[in-house]
Design a protein around this ligand. Structure first.
Ligand code: 5GP
Ligand code: MG
Length: 172
C-alpha cells in the first residue's frame, strides 16, 4: 500500500473546507448528512471545522458492483434520516467516483423538501464521472486508483487508517 495523503494534509484541507462552508452557510439552518459508512471519519472532523450550530444526520448508500463493467445497483436507506424539511442540507460523502451515488442521493433528498441541497466530498477521482452534477465542495482531487483509509474500506478493512493510501495490485 502506498500513502497518498498524510494526516496533516487531510487536517488542513478539511479545516479549509469547513471554513468555506461556515462562511457560505452563515445565515442558514444547516444539516450535514453523512453517507454511511465511508464518510464517518470525514464527517466527524468536518462538523468540528464548521463554526456554526450545525445539525448532523446520516443516510446509507450501498452499491453492489457487478463483475467487470456491469453497472452497480444502488440502494439508498433513508430510515435514519432526521427531519430536514425547510433546512439547508449538505450531503457529505467520502469519494466522488462516477458520481452516481451523489446524483441519486441529491434526487432522493429533494423529495423531503429541504430548503436547499448541496454536497461536499473528501476526494474527487479524476476522469471517472458519468453524471452531470459536481460536488459543491471537495478537499482533494486524486488520480483514478483504489483508495483506502480515513473511513474508506477494502472489504470492510482499513477504515481506521488516519491517512489515505492507494491499494496496489499486490494488495488486492
Ligand atoms: P460513485 O457512485 O461516485 O461511483 O461511487 C461512490 C462510492 O463508491 C463511494 O461513496 C465509495 O463508497 C465507493 N468508492 C468509489 N471509489 C472508491 C475507492 O477508490 N475506494 C473505496 N474504498 N471506495 C470507493
Ligand atoms: Mg460510499
Amino acid at each position: 500500500m502506498k500513502r497518498l495523503i498524510d494526516e496533516s494534509d487531510i487536517r488542513r484541507e478539511v479545516t479549509n473546507v469547513g471554513k468555506k462552508i461556515a462562511h457560505d452557510y452563515r445565515d442558514s439552518q444547516l444539516t450535514i448528512l453523512g453517507v454511511l459508512t465511508g464518510s464517518i471519519v470525514f464527517v466527524a472532523d468536518l462538523i468540528r471545522a464548521i463554526d456554526l450550530p450545525v445539525r448532523l444526520g446520516v443516510i446509507q448508500a450501498s452499491s453492489y458492483r457487478g463483475r467487470t463493467t456491469q453497472p452497480a445497483a444502488l440502494t439508498i436507506d433513508t430510515h435514519m434520516l432526521p427531519d430536514i424539511r425547510g433546512r439547508d442540507v449538505l450531503i457529505a460523502d467520502d469519494i466522488f467516483d462516477t458520481g452516481r451515488t451523489l446524483d441519486a442521493l441529491v434526487k432522493d433528498i429533494r423529495q423531503q423538501e429541504p430548503n436547499s441541497v448541496g454536497s461536499v466530498v473528501l476526494l474527487r477521482k479524476q476522469g471517472r464521472q458519468t453524471v452531470e452534477i459536481e460536488p459543491d465542495y471537495h478537499c482533494f482531487d486524486i488520480p483514478d486508483a483504489f483508495i483506502v483509509g480515513y473511513g474508506l474500506d477494502y472489504n470492510d478493512d482499513y477504515r481506521h487508517l488516519p491517512y489515505i493510501a492507494v491499494m496496489e495490485e499486490q494488495d488486492l
